[in-house]
Design a protein around this ligand. Sequence first.
Ligand SMILES: *Cc1c(COP(=O)(O)O)cnc(C)c1O
Length: 394
Amino acid sequence: MAMEDKEESSVFTNVSHDPTDTRHHGAITIPVYQSSLFAFERYDQFESAFSDLFRHHIYSRGNNPTVEYLERKLAELEEGEEARCFASGMAAISSAIMSTLKSGDHVVCVNQAYGPTKEFLGVYMKRWGIETTFVDGSDLAAWQAAIQPNTRLFYLESPTTMMFELQDLRACTELARRIGAATIIDNTWATSCYQKPLSMGVDLVVHSLSKYVSGHSDCVGGVAIGSKQMIDRLSKDEYMLFGGIMAPQIAALITRGLRTLPLRMQRHEISGLAVAHHMEKQSYVRKVNHPALTSHPQHELARMQMTGFGSLFSFESDYSADVLKEWANNLQYFKIGVSWGGFESLVTVNSIGGQKSNPSIVRLYVGQEDPEDLIRDIDQAWQQTIQGNRRNSP
Ligand SMILES: *Cc1c(COP(=O)(O)O)cnc(C)c1O
């Protein structure tokens, strides 16, 4: 039986419930349609399928039933009309960006955005005559000041995933709308469970599905979600012509991850906050960057535009990166690695401003382990690090 009122069903129900689809013989999980093309008995059927290329099954670069299933689930969760899945988060991001621009246009982008996104906008797109101004995303006046007569896109990422700064989504989208610019947001950190940017005026939401949504560190994927009009345009051009599509097996794996996304996010939120609170009390920690902490300068805004929090955060330390890398070596549960969103906790260490002697920024991803074990691990690793340092000093 179809649910009439979507507003009434929670995310938990949404990811678990599916109307029985007779086309799949009652299969309770979406079958993997391992087929490059879909054939027709009659020529009139074949021709009428082309009248709506992205809702019929003709060729898997256009529309595969397994991928389409995940797209429908993701669109529902994000409260968007349509979604399009891609081979990676970057394929979704670069395609979404290009779908809103032409040569000679100007973009305003948050200066803390994901590195490859910044490179795509700030370096690669220059080759096609598109200029980008990077701004302090937390400062609305900076967005305003960066506007040019040819500004056609505001690119947002809130929170950012190293400094965990927010943008005021309602204010930014209102400003963009006033000048006729589109808005795109990278919503990977909060996920569709905890932040609904389309309801705050954003035109296109992009996610890396490689993180929380797939949730098991076993696939790479991306999605763009928005109105039917914007997704159709992106499907016809960037999706079909660049061909960076998601494979059906990957869509089935990500669908499997999606089933437990709300459950996992609840756990990540609690564990992440427990570890963040612990870090705030450590002598070697100068500052913890996590929007759920009352010490975060945009905590009130975070509470207004998100209903929950991810478990990736950072802390700053006056110790050099060399010392903190030694600490990372001494950690047992936290592995050293990029990415996040899987079952395993992760750590990376960088020098602020790139100089070796500078203070450090450490990014922690809190996985599904017991936070008490992670806290014990953090403490033993620090004890070992300072003892080692004492031994090594002259
Ligand atoms: C990982 C990530 C991306 C890129 O996604 P891929 O799936 O690796 O291409 C984009 N934005 C954010 C915030 C990310 O963490």
